[in-house]
Design a protein around this ligand. Structure first.
Ligand code: GLN
Ligand code: ZN
Length: 768
């Protein structure tokens, strides 16, 4: 019999109960015991959902108060010295101090100033962020948390047999960092397997039959020594008598040259992602040793589309022909952590589109259905299959998905449309003349503080409590006052402040055809932070201008230059749930064309500086280096199709944050934006090196005001950074701006900071 499995369930709760409880605990409103109660209830609900959905291998220890990598650090006692850890079991205060900063051992409600949190970074190419473990040179490991065992027993007490999930030792080390840059985290490997072996022995003693060990790093480019590390680690993990069966889980990509390593490890089953990398199946089957079972990830754990169940069944059937049913497990491509919880809550969603979707709960049902079809034959589930087939056909043939005019327009994109009229050198001369900007022009990145008043008005408008006319008046008032303030500060290129935007992607998603917003499509981004990405369901086009009204009004309030503010196609794509029925590049080009229309309308309305934000270009990079060029090619083209339609006189800006530029600098150059602003203030201008080595010719605004901190930068500190930038940039290249938008800051900080920034620019001008 094939086994229905799951690799992980979203822990935030259908109503984001975890977020609420954790935040209440942080602010001292509930006790630790109350927090644990909420968590226990969430786990119970999730386990029961899975049990009722017929999942045989139900995960435990997939729950986390903050992050599963942090849980692993706690499990093995990888607690950096600065947290003053006692060496006993890791307590909640230390755990949250590692997540959020603050002093280990102190109450978590105490100030988060002082001891720095672990760094946070993206989990592979998802929008989930994990905490980066830190290792010291002489790092010791010890069992310092009993969470996997406790949660296994907790489920068992409810009568539910689970398969505990652990992040594997090699991926755990590879995802971490050592303080001494030249020390390879894998040099610590020998100390780690004994701790894992202890956990496995305890789980076996508690009665567990299976354990799931995640090694997602197996889909990355690995060196030979990394591959050898897997062998070494897993040889040491095999415990006496093999009472515990291990499923080794890989996901997010193709095993490729790591396959031979994966199949040689002493485990009982291998999980592969057949949604992201269906092409690996043949090779896996060819190399799979007889004693290994295969777990087939056929239901997309990263997206919200209904599964093409008939197709999945066919795929599983081809495997069953080779392996028989007893060696086959059926599951999601990866943990369902990256999908929202339950579609049945979406009562207000457009019913036509709703029938094409599946959230985590529905995905469990799909896994169950596929498994029943395999074990009992298709006939036994004929009615259900017909229902799915009908939904699939409806989506495939829907006029709302396929728009001839969009497809024709995409087919008609020419090389010329991707190119500005003149090369940059000529544009610069023209723009200098036209825009009459001073040397070292000052500007901001777009948003101004989103005050309570702004948030309340927007919420009231969305609920229908505030009439459209009144809301518009309110926004105009905000824009006018932001502009007055910028004029008083003395900035050169002004912005309208983005008061009408909740989020830089959602705002455009709400207005573009082919997008739909959900009410309950929340997924965890990090810790208690959740995001609700829009869904791109169909061909994208613009219905009508999206920002022109506000920008034009803003321009009418001032004689200074007003910068139009748009989100770029790659960022919109990256931060949405995307279609799975066409390549990402195609969807992105459609968005690019829609943004192009907006750019041209802004230009026609008299806006002469237009910024197209692309903070997500880097995060879209594929996991394998060999796939980078193809991605960068289309990503750059999409930005260019969006931006290149304007006259030479019009100045195109772009903005990127949290970026490392060295390995993508050529692509950044190829964007050919007249001006790029980047986040640099914390890196002491070091990020500029990439631009310098590449001889980047266009203009650059390296951030000189760290907007992540409430601290007001002094004139001297800004001048220092600008001088530093001038060591490597030409004066004509240098813009003066903050690191990023100011929406999370308060006016009391923003105003003096920008005043200091303008003063610093003026003093610099006086010297040049
Ligand atoms: N224009 C946006 C803002 O200022 C940019 C945000 C971002 O880069 N993430 O808020
Ligand atoms: Zn930014």
């Amino acid at each position: 019999m094939a086994i229905a499995t799951n690799l992980g369930f979203p822990r935030i709760g259908a109503q984001r109960e975890l977020k609420r409880a954790v935040e209440k605990f942080w602010s001292g409103k509930i006790s630790e015991a109350e927090l644990h109660n909420v968590c226990r209830e969430l786990r119970e609900t999730n386990w029961k959902r899975q049990q009722q959905a017929g999942i045989a291998h139900i995960p435990s220890n997939d729950f986390s108060l903050y992050d599963q990598v942090l849980d692993t650090a706690a499990l093995v006692g990888a607690i950096p010295r600065r947290f003053d850890w006692s060496g006993d079991e890791v307590d909640l205060a230390t755990y949250f101090a590692m997540a959020r900063g603050g002093k280990g051992g102190q109450s978590v409600t105490a100030s988060t100033e002082g001891v720095a949190a672990l760094e946070m970074t993206k989990w592979f190419d998802t929008n989930y962020h994990y905490l980066v473990p830190e290792f010291e040179v002489d790092q010791q490991f010890q069992l310092a948390s009993r969470k996997p065992i406790e949660e296994y027993l907790e489920a068992k007490a409810l009568g539910i047999e689970t398969r505990p999930v652990l992040l594997g030792p090699v991926s755990f080390l590879l995802l971490g960092k050592t303080w001494e840059a030249d020390i390879d985290p894998l040099s610590l490997l020998d100390a780690l397997p004994p701790v894992y072996a202890e956990v496995l022995a305890e789980l076996a003693a508690a009665g567990a039959e299976w354990v799931q060990i995640d090694e997602p790093c197996l889909v990355l480019d690995l060196t030979e020594s990394h591959q050898a590390a897997f062998q070494r680690a897993y040889d040491r993990l095999s415990i006496n008598g093999n009472q515990l069966k291990i499923v080794l889980a890989t996901y997010f990509g193709d095993l490729k040259e790591n396959l031979s390593t994966a199949v040689s490890l002493p485990v009982d089953a291998l999980h592969i992602d057949l949604v992201r990398a269906p092409e690996q199946l043949e090779e896996v089957l060819a190399q799979l040793p007889e004693e290994l079972s295969l777990s087939l990830g056929v239901v997309d754990g990263r997206n919200i589309w209904k599964n093409d169940v008939s197709r999945s069944i066919s795929l599983v059937e081809t495997v069953v022909e080779r392996l028989g049913t007893d060696r086959v497990l059926i599951g999601p491509s990866c943990s369902l952590l990256h999908t929202p919880v339950d579609l049945s809550l979406e009562s207000a969603l457009d019913p036509e589109i709703r029938q094409w979707l599946a959230y985590a709960q529905q995905k469990l049902e799909e896994i169950n259905l596929i498994t029943r079809a395999i074990n009992g034959g298709r006939k036994s589930v004929a009615a259900e299959l017909a229902w799915y087939d009908e939904k699939m056909a409806a989506r495939r043939n829907s006029e709302r998905v396929h728009r001839t005019e969009v497809k024709e327009r995409c087919a008609g994109v020419t090389e010329e449309m991707l190119r500005r009229q003149s090369p940059y050198q000529q544009r610069q001369t023209i723009q200098t003349h036209e825009l009459q900007l001073p040397l070292f022009p000052t500007t901001t990145i777009g948003s101004f503080p989103q005050t309570d008043e702004i948030r309340k008005a927007r919420a009231a408008f969305k609920k229908g409590e505030l009439k459209e006319a009144a809301y518009e008046e309110f926004l105009k008032h905000c824009i006018a006052s932001d502009i007055r303030c910028q004029e008083e500060i003395g900035l050169d290129v002004l912005v309208h402040g983005e008061a009408e935007r909740n989020d830089m992607v959602e705002y455009f998603g709400e207005q573009l055809e082919g997008f739909i917003a959900t009410q309950h499509g929340w997924v965890q981004s990090y810790g208690s932070r959740c995001v609700k990405p829009p869904v791109i369901f169909g061909d994208v086009q613009r219905r009508e201008p999206m920002t022109v009204k506000w920008t034009a009004y803003a321009q009418s309030c001032t004689g200074k230059l007003m910068k139009g503010m748009l989100t770029g196609p790659v960022t919109i794509l990256q931060w949405s749930f995307v279609r799975d029925d066409q390549p990402r590049s195609v969807t992105c080009q459609q968005i690019g064309l829609a943004i192009r229309d907006e750019v041209l309308d802004l230009e026609a309305s008299g806006i002469r500086v237009i910024q197209i934000d692309e903070p997500a270009i880097r995060e879209g990079l594929p996991l394998r280096k060999s796939d980078w060029d193809a991605y960068l090619q289309w990503a750059v083209d999409c930005f260019r199709v969006a931006s290149a339609g304007v006259e030479d006189e019009t100045q195109i800006h772009t903005h990127m944050c949290y970026s490392e530029f060295n390995d993508i600098i050529e692509a950044i150059g190829a964007l050919d934006a007249d001006v790029i602003s980047i986040e640099t203030s914390r890196s002491n201008m070091e990020l500029l090196d990439a631009f310098v080595q590449y001889h980047y010719p266009n203009e650059i605004g390296p951030g000189v005001y760290d907007i992540h901190s409430p601290r007001v930068p002094t004139v001297e500190s800004i001048e220092y950074l600008l001088e530093k930038a001038l060591e490597v940039l030409l004066p004509r290249q240098l813009w003066v701006n903050p690191d990023c938008g100011l929406k999370t800051r308060k006016w009391e900080e923003v105003r003096p900071s920008l005043e200091n920034m303008v003063t610093a620019a003026q003093q610099l001008r006086a010297r040049w």
